[in-house]
Design a protein around this ligand. Sequence first.
Ligand code: 13P
Ligand code: ZN
Length: 271
Amino acid sequence: MKDILSAPFMTKMCETAANMYRLGWDERNGGNISLLLTEEEVAPYLDTTQSIRVIPTGFPAKELAGKLFLVTGTGKYFKNVQSDPANQLGIIRITGDGEAAELLWGWEDGGKFTSELPAHLMSHRARLAVDPENRVIMHSHPTYTLAMNYVHPLDEKQFTHTLWQMCTECIVVFPDGIGVLPWMLCGTNEIGEATAEKMREFRLVVWGMHGIYGAGKTLDEAFGLIETVEKAAQIYMLTAHLPRINTIQDHELRALAESFGVAYRKDFLSE
Ligand code: 13P
Ligand code: ZN
């Protein structure tokens, strides 16, 4: 077997977590990531028939039975992922009945998957139904996005429109917009179901006054979506208290989306 710490999915996961921490999105254990793996990519590194322990998930995910995920652990600090992946991360396989996860690697100190596993697995299920290539669900607490939650209406049309206006390329990066949920109790099946419902329509979902979720085919895609939202939210927070004398007009946003050939939320533009 090859050294699993050298597997491309592992090094990329560690690099991504390190970048999220460096950018201040993931204080302490804030945030979590799950990456869907294939048997083929894991096989050179791990005997996937050997289960270390079985951990109940607390909700049924029958459609994901047999699927493998590399996931961050609950209570684990993002700043430690890169230097200590075997305690911070785990590789799980959803059991045949969809009600538990078999630990195949990781959490050597007895840890377990993120408390937000319901939102991750339900969102994977929702995204896979609209995009069979989706592999990543990412949650974090980016500073400016979170700050904006306190001063801007938590309405998905208004929230998306404001961010589209903050950087010219936003409408090209996230033409599908941002779903917004009100404040809800985190770590529950209810917030998981509500997130997954939004994920049928959006690759980005704001959890009101908590953080954001991003989805993508790769770690870079999910990261890049959140990174672009955060940059736009930063510009909003740097300017929201100042008189606005210039703005990108809706007809200019439309021209951008049409020139780049992206399928944008036309109903999120007002003119
Ligand atoms: P976990 O440490 O369980 O992943 O929780 C962090 C978090 O951001 C909760 O929303
Ligand atoms: Zn969180």
